[in-house]
Design a protein around this ligand. Structure first.
Ligand SMILES: Cc1cc2nc3c(=O)[nH]c(=O)nc-3n(C[C@H](O)[C@H](O)[C@H](O)COP(=O)(O)O)c2cc1C
Length: 367
């Protein structure tokens, strides 16, 4: 047990956090024409600048990497300009912000793809889910397996987006290797049936993750790059024959990059939608395997987060839904004040309602 609390400062690589509450990446599907961040995102992120670190929502590195309506990108000049307004506002308010770099792989539909092409993936295996499109809910198609010659091009898109992230004023990036998107599809055995250098053994399945991490850290330096993993959840039709072996290897192999942090989603409670299904939890093992700063996420509250820090299970804790509904989550936890309830109906799409209009404590109580 240590005396570390959520309010003890911490250094994650090049990032100095005044507290250990991290805002988890949260897709809000409010981008405007050209998948440029909504001007309201300036207010939304500025309102949350007291977080130790903001991880901005998943942001596609290329048009092929999109799989949901109105998600922002980081591959055009207009998108960079839109993000610049966000990072300037967060910095002016005294905060720190990185952006999550995203390629959805098979979690997409022809309606998102340039030329109406099939989405790409390690293998032609459907996720077996329904997807939100501008035409409503549709069955996810069976994707096209990437040719091995195409993989350097994908790695290059992540590197180019990392350069644009710096241009946009971000303090760093988080590589999205979680939740059943492209990099996770390569990592886990249920979605990767390749027989080349990117499939089969855990070393081969981790190859894309390590190549992307090498390319992105070449651009930004390891100390401005984090990686997010979800070793045991079944989100987006995912499964792995041996999460401890797959992710134990990945976590250890990431040590060589001197990363700012490793960020692992694995809720402690079984009733959370992202909890392990039919497999043992592995976060404690990954904490041991990875030598750098470690962030946990999934259903944490003040009490469970404080315990995870005191027990040495994490250096910081990310909160998702609590930060949607509580721009001043840090202050509320500091004061043990009640939290606003989140409204799931306004999570995705729309305008200010459920986005920038959740009240601060100071608006509720006369001061
Ligand atoms: C509305 C919504 C959007 C999300 N978008 C993302 C995302 O863009 N990238 C990501 O890695 N996880 C995303 N997640 C998962 C959250 O980052 C987080 O892992 C999850 O909410 C569990 O943490 P919590 O229990 O503290 O909310 C999203 C979750 C929600 C509810």
């Amino acid at each position: 047990m240590s005396d570390t609390t959520l309010f003890t400062p911490v250094r994650l690589g090049a990032l100095d956090l005044p507290n250990r509450l991290v805002m988890a990446p949260l897709t809000r599907s409010r981008a405007v024409a050209g998948n440029v961040p909504n001007p309201l995102a300036v207010t939304y992120y500025r309102q949350r600048a007291t977080a130790g670190l903001i991880i901005a929502e998943a942001t596609q590195v290329t048009p092929e990497g999109q799989g949901y309506p109105d998600t922002p990108g980081l591959h055009t000049d207009a998108q960079v300009a839109g993000w610049r307004a966000v990072t300037d506002a967060v910095h002016e308010a005294g905060g720190r912000i990185v952006v999550q770099l995203w390629h959805v792989g098979r979690v997409s539909h022809q309606s998102y793809q340039p030329g109406g092409a099939l989405p790409v993936a390690p293998s032609a295996i459907s996720p077996g889910i329904k997807l939100y499109t501008h035409q409503g809910l549709v069955e996810a198609p069976t994707p096209r397996a990437l040719e091995i010659e195409e993989i350097p091009g994908i790695v290059g898109k992540f590197a180019a987006a990392a350069a644009r992230a710096r241009e946009a004023g971000f303090d760093g990036v988080e590589i999205h290797a979680a939740n059943g998107y492209l990099i996770d599809q390569f990592l886990r055995s249920g979605s990767n049936a390749r027989t080349d250098a990117y499939g089969g053994s855990v070393e081969n399945r981790a190859r894309l993750l390590l190549e992307v991490t090498a390319a992105v850290t070449d651009v930004l330096g390891g100390d401005r790059v984090g990686v997010r993993l979800s070793p045991t959840n079944a989100v987006n039709g995912m499964s792995d024959a041996d999460p401890a072996a797959t992710f134990g290897h990945a976590a250890a192999a990431l040590n060589r990059f001197g990363l700012a942090y490793l960020h692992v989603i694995e809720p402690l409670r079984d009733d959370h939608p992202m909890s392990p299904k039919g497999t043992a939890r592995v976060s404690r093992q990954l904490r041991q395997a990875f030598t750098g700063p470690y962030i946990v996420n999934g259903g944490y509250d003040k009490a469970t987060a404080t315990r995870a820090l005191a027990d040495g299970q994490a250096d910081a804790v990310a909160f998702g839904v609590p930060f949607i509904a509580n721009p001043d989550l840090v202050e509320r936890y500091r004061l043990d004040a009640p939290l606003n309830a989140a409204d799931p109906a306004t999570f995705y799409g729309g305008g200010e309602k459920g986005y920038t209009d959740y009240p601060f404590l100071s608006e509720l109580q006369p001061v």
